[in-house]
Write a new protein. Structure first.
Ligand code: 5RP
Length: 228
């Protein structure tokens, strides 16, 4: 009898456990946000006594970490982190990612920038040739959303303000998210630089400057380790 293919959830759990190998004892680690990271936080319970604590990229992850008794440090009180572990919505062959599906992209970029190594944990569906099939999240100051949507339209993208319960979603930073579909991002660094300069854009969900150095990719035949 054939064994059934692992579900997406099982692939996420596999990579989450594999990421424990990158957690160095005695250190403070960076922890991202999302369903894959939630599984990583669950796995972290087994080794929580070996780390000093974490810097978290969202209120949601902070709550989960604290519920396990893991100390969460303010980013300002920690100079450098050895490793940042987070998921992605898409990752290309150069370790560039689209992130922000969980609306935590600004804090994710900050914690990633503060870390020596970004280890991305993702199931195989996230691996793409070219970024852009997943609608690109952009965190925007509310008074600039229409203007930013028009700027994306000039690039061929269709932007929509992300809603929650019928009203614009408000991020942990008190801003809104514009999700932009229809883009093909062939030059992630140039794209990130350009959009980051538009007035009102707090963070664009392209992670080219804060790209991953390692990706643990969950595939039906096991965890593949990609290095960039
Ligand atoms: C949150 C993110 C997540 O890493 C991304 O959305 C992937 O999430 P998931 O692990 O649930 O697939 O960027 O802002």
């Amino acid at each position: 009898m054939n064994t059934p293919a692992p579900t997406q959830d099982e692939l996420k759990a596999q990579v989450a456990r594999a990421a424990l190998a990158y957690v160095e004892p005695g250190t403070i680690i960076g922890v991202g946000t999302g369903s894959t990271v939630n599984k990583f936080i669950e796995a972290l319970a087994d080794v929580k006594g070996t780390i000093r604590g974490a810097v978290s990229s969202s209120n949601a992850s902070t709550e989960r970490l604290r519920a396990l008794g893991i100390e969460v440090f303010d980013c300002n009180d920690v100079e450098e982190l050895g490793v940042y572990i987070d998921g992605a919505d898409e990752i290309d062959g150069g370790g560039h990612m689209i992130k922000g599906g969980g609306a935590a992209l600004t804090r994710e970029k900050i914690v990633a920038a503060q870390s020596r190594r970004f280890v991305c944990i993702a199931d195989a569906s996230k691996r793409v040739q070219t970024l852009g099939a997943f609608a690109l999240p952009v965190e925007v100051v509310p008074m600039a959303t229409s203007r930013v949507i028009r700027q994306f339209a000039a690039l061929g993208g269709v932007g929509r303000v992300r809603l929650k319960d019928g009203a614009p979603l408000v991020t942990d930073n008190g801003q809104h998210i514009v999700d932009v579909s229809g883009l093909r991002i062939e030059q992630p660094r140039e794209f990130e630089l350009t959009v980051s300069q538009w007035p009102g854009v707090l963070t664009v969900g392209v992670f080219a400057f804060q790209r991953a150095q390692v990706c643990l990719l969950g595939t039906p035949s096991g965890v593949e380790t990609l290095t960039f």
